[in-house]
Ligand binder design. Structure first.
Ligand code: FES
Length: 69
């Protein structure tokens, strides 16, 4: 039995919106540097954020749909 289990990290795909991340993670940028995150934050998946990789709410204005069709 593992006495020190890995902490749970949850990724939630929000309908017509971002990916909500909950838990302690380490995010590394393309330059190899760590990107500071909080215990709960959202990643953009609509492509419209001006603060990528984070969601800035632009998915509402660009009418993003998470449905493929
Ligand atoms: S998902 Fe929110 S700005 Fe892209």
């Amino acid at each position: 039995m593992n006495d020190n289990p890995s902490p749970t990290v949850r990724f939630t795909l929000r309908e017509n919106a971002s990916i909500l991340i909950e838990g302690s993670i380490e995010m590394i940028g393309p330059d190899g540097n760590k990107i500071e995150t909080k215990e709960k934050f959202s990643l953009c998946r609509c492509g419209g954020s001006k603060n990528k990789p984070f969601c800035d709410g632009s998915h509402k204005a660009n009418d993003f749909s998470s449905n493929p069709c």
